[in-house]
Design a protein around this ligand. Structure first.
Ligand code: ADP
Ligand code: MG
Length: 331
């Protein structure tokens, strides 16, 4: 594995949580309805993502580990992206920075597995698996001590993984998620679990938010649904009476992609300006759906940043929709 590839890999996979994000997104792209994430020691020694998705044909396993090979895009259409993945970088990167094993089975065929370590790809071998895919990453950054040094405590990395899984779970209420900590061996300890939600968009989201952000949030949240200039905003935002002090729980999703964007903090602050003191933070989970051409998700390889072509439109929509909902609820 060349140094260049390792550096590129380090950009895609900054820490255990970014590996978890890539693997869960792959499972979602594969149409999984249940996803289990097992970790040990903050993800440093083990990250294993099990899904019941479409699987990878045995003959395609080596290809899945080839840089810039993706089954999701033909390469001519990088701006019009509907799936999470599109770069064909995650699996090769993970194979460069850890010991990776992919086991998979497509309906009607036998299961097969492939191993990669330090970028060295092994041969495809028969394996045992009922369906779907299991991707196991052991000893992340074992070959890149410089990266290892930058990892935080097991506790902090575990927290970051839980946060990542919860964000993805909010974005996909119909999919069941389990996060298990296997540190110390044995059966492991389930630290987060959300069963698949059914019902319409708002019912499913409300149920999922109750599981992720807590029943108290769900019971004190205003339903938001507004469309302007081809951009739809929907989700839930807390009543001022619920909103917390120091703890910020503000989540933004753009085309179901969890994103971090300071714009949200500013828009929420502006919307709640007259009903909440400045030291308190309104909780909210808001989804922006728009034409993929209106956002640029290529800002960073880890893909948690987006750039709106016109940030003012999204911000204006959030502020006015929230103010409207607050006023309608008597605030
Ligand atoms: P990308 O997601 O950008 O296509 P990845 O390196 O993450 O690139 O994955 C490479 C390919 O491996 C994917 O395009 C997909 O075909 C296949 N793949 C990866 N994970 C899974 C999974 N859990 N289930 C089915 N196919 C998968
Ligand atoms: Mg991917």
């Amino acid at each position: 594995e060349s140094a260049v590839n390792r550096i590129a890999a380090g950009e895609v996979v900054e820490r255990p949580a970014s590996a978890v994000k890539e693997l869960v997104e792959n499972a979602l792209d594969a149409g999984a309805t249940r996803i289990t994430v097992d970790i040990a020691d903050g993800g440093k020694t083990l990250i294993r993502v099990t899904d019941d998705g479409c699987g990878i044909p045995a003959a395609q396993l080596p290809l899945a580990l080839t840089r810039h090979a993706t089954s999701k895009i033909d390469g001519s259409d990088l701006l019009n992206i509907h799936t999470f993945g599109f770069r064909g970088e995650a699996l090769p990167s993970l194979g460069a920075v850890g010991r990776l094993t992919i086991t998979s089975r497509v309906p009607g065929a036998d299961a097969a597995a492939i191993k990669v370590s330090g970028g060295q790809v092994g041969t495809v071998r028969p394996a045992a698996l009922r369906s779907g895919t299991v991707v196991e990453l052991r000893d992340l950054f074992h070959a890149t001590p410089a990266r290892l040094k930058f990892m935080r405590t097991d506790r902090a990395e575990t927290q970051a993984i839980a946060d990542t899984v919860k964000r993805l779970a909010m974005a996909e209420p119909a999919v069941g998620f389990t996060l298990r900590d296997m540190s110390g061996g044995g059966e492991g300890r389930v630290s987060f679990r959300a069963d698949p939600e059914s019902g319409d968009l708002f019912d499913a989201l409300h149920g999922r938010l109750a599981q992720v952000l807590g029943r108290e949030f769900a019971e004190n949240a205003l339903r938001i649904d507004a469309t302007r200039d081809g951009i739809r905003l929907f989700g839930y935002a807390a009543l001022p009476t619920y909103s917390r002090g120091a703890a910020v729980s503000q989540y933004l999703f753009v085309n179901t992609r969890p994103v971090r964007d300071k714009m949200l903090t500013g828009a929420l602050r502006a919307a709640y300006m007259d009903v909440l003191s400045r030291d308190r933070h309104p909780a909210a989970a808001l989804f922006v759906d728009c034409d993929p051409m209106l956002v640029d998700v290529n800002v960073h390889p880890a893909k948690s940043e987006v750039r709106f072509r016109d940030p003012g439109v999204a911000r204006g929509l959030i502020v006015s929709a929230l103010r409207h909902a607050l006023a309608a609820a008597g605030h």
